[in-house]
Design a protein around this ligand. Sequence first.
Ligand code: FAD
Length: 299
Amino acid sequence: MKVIKKENQTEFISDLLDSCENTVSFEVYPPKKGQKKQFEIIKNTINRLKDLHPDFISVTYGPGGTNKGKAVDISEYIKQHDVKPLAHLTSVGYTKEDIPPLLEKLHSIGVKNILALRGDVPQNVNFPHGAWCDFRYAKDLISMIKKDGRFCIGAAAYPEGHPDCKELRISINHMKEKIEAGADFFISQMFFDNQIYFDFLDRVRGAGIHKPIIPGIMPVLRAKQINKILSLSDAYVPKKLAEAINLYSDNPQSMEAYGIEYALRQIDGLKRQGIRRFHIYSMNRWEQVTKIVKLAQLK
Ligand code: FAD
């Protein structure tokens, strides 16, 4: 079925979430190296993910804007291909003066949605001091973007707490602050046990937060890569998944098959409890993501 765009269709993800019960979105990341070939690979990934009719595609951002140019170029490419880009923006290392030109640039290429994050603080930095002081928390960046007035703003949510603040009650208070500053919706950190997400939703709703919290699904496709990611996120890994990661550490095909199966089971479990929105951390692996989307009948 051909999708006909309404003339006045809004570009804000918040409006989409208000009007549409089922959404599927993906996260991609810019190539680490700047070679042309790498850029062609990510373009191909986006073209393939586009075939799945995602509601939006988010583009990650290196702390301190380490991949600023590439992230902007990729957001522009997504926009040019008729998909809503959600540009991540991290504030660590920026001054207040740095942000308006960045917002101007994003707006000029048609980006209307920003995932506003603090970003991780590099280990060698005395935080928060000097230039690192302007945006101590994501809420400070969110306030500034809100004042600009032209963007819909998303923020990060942590079903297991943030690695630096494992007390969920405090983490949920920080979500409230993000909403007060202007956040319209949240995307969750990855989790591998659905009960963690359901318990989190109960706590968050109980605390009076009613903004959408899109679950972030990370398919475990490569053992080495996932071990690195897990060391940053502190996500709980159920015993069976941990055993598979260990067992298949030198067997990429089996790891991938198991990872796809695990993601499918996770999505199925979420669907059974009425969850209708999914944000898949694609890790730029369009073939595997396509399999998941098709088999889970997400689109
Ligand atoms: P904050 O909400 O500011 O939280 C940072 C820390 O400060 C937390 O421990 C929090 O509990 C604490 N805190 C918050 N407010 C207060 C307060 N008022 N008083 C005291 N403590 C407070 N990183 C990247 O570099 N690039 C990306 O593209 C990226 N994308 C992400 C996408 C998603 C969906 C998620 C979940 C994370 C992403 N991250 C990314 C990681 C993120 O930048 C890190 O987790 C970072 O450490 C925290 O960012 P935040 O926006 O949640 O910050």
